[in-house]
Ligand binder design. Structure first.
Ligand code: FES
Length: 106
């Protein structure tokens, strides 16, 4: 299973093993990573699972969907090129070693 390291807005690192096929949001909640709220439980309707994904993994993560991109315009923290909704990113083998930064606000 790939290892993903979540980094909180305060800089605390949480390295976790992530089950393939789950969403990064599900992994964060399961591992009690602070700062991922996920109010809509993964329906891409709340933008409270917003995270900044390691740009080195952009290709492995895959492209931003049209609806996801629309929702990313409503994040509490600033949208950046590496912004994604963590509920829309599925864990695959090639994400091993990726870091995911959690914004200060959701
Ligand atoms: S959990 Fe609501 S948009 Fe991801």
């Amino acid at each position: 299973m790939p290892t993903i390291t979540f980094i909180t807005a305060e800089g605390k690192q949480h390295a976790v093993t992530a089950e393939i096929g789950r969403s990064v949001m599900e992994i964060a909640l399961e591992k009690s990573i602070p700062g991922v709220v996920a109010e809509c439980n993964g329906s891409a309707a709340c933008a409270t699972c917003h995270c900044y994904f390691d740009p080195a993994f952009t290709e492995a993560i895959g492209p931003v969907g049209e609806h996801e991109s629309d929702m990313l315009d409503f994040t509490a923290a600033p949208r950046r090129p590496e912004s994604r909704l963590s509920c829309q990113v599925r864990v695959v083998d090639t994400l091993d070693g990726m870091t995911v930064r959690i914004p200060a606000m959701q």
